[in-house]
Design a protein around this ligand. Structure first.
Ligand code: ADP
Ligand code: AMP
Length: 217
C-alpha cells in the first residue's frame, strides 16, 4: 500500500504514522525527520533546509523532491510506504505521481487526511517533545513518557523543537492553509482522499485510521 498522511502541523501525523506503518508493514518516511537528521549532521542538505525550517517555511520543492525521489528508490519502498509530511504542495504531489509511474507503480492508493482544528493544533504543538535518537513524539500532558524528558522506547533525551514556538506555529498554520490545504481537493478529485476525525485519545485515532484503511485491502 502506498499511503500519504495529510494534515496540519500537530494533527498527529507522526504519532499515527508509527502505528499505521507497523500495522500495514510498510516503511514510514517522514520528510521532517529526514531534514532534521541532516540538520543535526550538518550535511549540505541540512544547511540548505535549516533556514526555512527555523522560519516555519517550506523547504523549496526542488530540494525536497530530489530527497524524496532518492528515498523512494530504495529497496524497502518497493512494496509500499507511508509518507508523513510529503507532499505539501501541488507540484510535490504531481512529481510524486510521476516518480511512482517511473517505478512502475500505480499512483498513491490512499491519502488519509487527519482533521483537527487550529486551537487543538496549538495545544498539541506547545507540549510536543521529540526523542533525539528515535524521533518518537510525546506530549507533556496528552501522551507523557514515564520519566520526564526521557523516551520510554530507547531512553533517549526528549527535546522541544525550535519551530514549535507559538509565533512559528502560527506561521506554519498559514503556510499549511496556503500551500498544503489545496491537496485536499487535489486528492479528492482523484478519488483517493479519506477524511479522518483526528480528535480524541491517540489510540482511538489509530483504531479509526486502521479501520478506514481496511477498505483499501
Ligand atoms: P504532526 O506529525 O502532524 O506534526 P505529531 O504526531 O508530532 O503531529 O503530534 C503533535 C503533538 O500532539 C505531539 O506532542 C503528540 O504527542 C500529540 N498528539 C498526537 N495525537 C494526539 C491526540 N490524539 N490527542 C492528543 N495529543 C496528541
Ligand atoms: P514536520 O516535521 O513535518 O513538521 O516538518 C518540519 C519542517 O520541515 C517543515 O516546517 C518544513 O520546513 C520542512 N519540511 C518537511 N516536509 C516538507 C515538505 N514536504 N516540503 C517542504 N518542506 C518540508
Amino acid at each position: 500500500m502506498r499511503l500519504v498522511l495529510l494534515g496540519p502541523p500537530g494533527a498527529g501525523k507522526g504519532t499515527q504514522a508509527q502505528f499505521v506503518a507497523a500495522e500495514r508493514r510498510v516503511p514510514k518516511i517522514s520528510t521532517g525527520d529526514i531534514f532534521r537528521a541532516n540538520v543535526s549532521r550538518g550535511t549540505e542538505l541540512g544547511v540548505a533546509a535549516k533556514k526555512y525550517m527555523d522560519a516555519g517555511d517550506l523547504v523549496p520543492d526542488e530540494v525536497t523532491i530530489e530527497m524524496v525521489r532518492d528515498r523512494l528508490g530504495e529497496e524497502d519502498c518497493a512494496h509500499g510506504f507511508l509518507l508523513d509530511g510529503f507532499p505539501r504542495t501541488v507540484p510535490q504531489a504531481e512529481v510524486l505521481g510521476e516518480i511512482l509511474t517511473e517505478h512502475g507503480h500505480p499512483p498513491v492508493d490512499v491519502v488519509l487526511e487527519l482533521v483537527v482544528d487550529d486551537d487543538e493544533v496549538v495545544r498539541r504543538l506547545s507540549g510536543r517533545r521529540t526523542c533525539r535518537t528515535c524521533n518518537r513524539v510525546w506530549h507533556v500532558d496528552f501522551d507523557p513518557p514515564e520519566v520526564d524528558n526521557v523516551c520510554d522506547v530507547d531512553r533517549g533525551e526528549l527535546y522541544q523543537r525550535d519551530d514549535d514556538r507559538e509565533e512559528v506555529v502560527r506561521h506554519r498554520l498559514d503556510v499549511y492553509a496556503e500551500q498544503t490545504a489545496p491537496l485536499v481537493a487535489y486528492y479528492a478529485q482523484r478519488g483517493v482522499l479519506v477524511g479522518l476525525d483526528a480528535t480524541g485519545p491517540v489510540d482511538d485515532v489509530t483504531l479509526r485510521a486502521i479501520d478506514a484503511l481496511r477498505r483499501f485491502a
